[in-house]
Design a protein around this ligand. Structure first.
Ligand code: 13P
Ligand code: ZN
Length: 265
């Protein structure tokens, strides 16, 4: 029984916890957002000995470098508030086949993975191939304040958007040291969106998708949430200053550089 694997259940609880935060934050309307976590080292051969609940589901693209890897993925059309309550009825553990062309759902119910599974897997492949072995999480969500900024053409520029968000509160410079990438609008779940996102992941851990949402990669699902939460706070400060009738001054370049020096960024 996978439920006897304490380490696995600990990881699943953390994912469920974050799914609950996404809902509470208002970032997960209906089935908005999805999460995948590479749990390969956590799942034991004993866990995998049981018969798959669904076998040999073909992948849109071969999952290069992920042969035999095991992921927890949220289900397509599933609500984050339900993932929080029951992660195994609203997501699944999948194992990529030995040739990378298909996957088995190994636990616990035949819940179809997110429609963005191919994109998630391409990102996991990229992270592994680029040596970021500890980056096990891909988290996508829909925070209205961050999406709002992508509707403003001047902020569809990585440097400008990064500078704006960093300058709203010191923590943002510290928590998101690589800044954010931006990707022009593409159809949700498309391979084009995945490739454009990967293009940004060499320089950033967070990517904004124009008029759609954000995606964060990282070692830990809670940290991915915290990163997006900090960006969301920065955006809210920007909007509150504007709502108060002034153009926010933002921290100066000097203040940001001093922070980088003080925190060794
Ligand atoms: P899924 O329900 O298929 O995961 O889609 C949610 C989403 O946010 C698509 O961008
Ligand atoms: Zn989305």
């Amino acid at each position: 029984m996978i439920h006897d694997n304490e380490l696995l259940m600990y990881e699943i609880d953390r994912i469920a916890g974050v799914a609950g935060y996404l809902w509470e934050k208002g970032w997960a309307e209906r089935n908005g957002g999805n999460i995948s976590v590479n749990l390969t080292g956590v799942v034991t051969p004993h866990d995998l000995a049981m018969k798959p609940v669904r076998a040999g589901v073909a992948l849109q693209e071969t999952a290069a470098g992920l042969q035999g890897c095991v992921f927890y993925v949220t289900g397509t059309g599933k609500r984050m508030r339900d993932v929080a309550k029951d992660p195994f009825s609203n997501g699944a553990l999948i194992r990529i086949s030995a040739n990378g062309a298909s996957y088995d759902i190994v636990a616990e119910k035949p819940v179809a993975p997110t429609s963005e599974l191919s994109s998630h897997l391409l990102m996991h492949s990229y992270l592994l191939a680029s040596g970021r072995l500890s980056a096990k999480v891909v988290l996508h969500t829909h925070p209205a304040d961050l999406i709002g900024l992508t509707h403003c053409k001047p902020y569809m520029d990585s440097e400008r958007l990064t500078r704006l968000l960093w300058s709203m509160i010191p923590e943002c410079r510290i928590v998101v040291p690589k800044g954010v990438g931006v990707v022009p609008y593409e159809i949700p779940g498309s391979i084009e969106l995945a490739h454009a996102t990967i293009g940004q992941l060499s320089r950033h851990d967070v990517v904004f998708w124009e008029k759609h949402g954000v995606l964060a990669v990282g070692e830990d699902v809670v940290e991915c949430f915290d990163t997006i939460d900090t960006l969301s706070k920065a955006a809210q400060i920007f909007f509150s200053a504007r709502a108060a009738g002034c153009e926010p001054e933002g921290m100066t370049g000097r203040q940001l550089d001093d922070l980088a020096e003080a925190f060794g960024l």
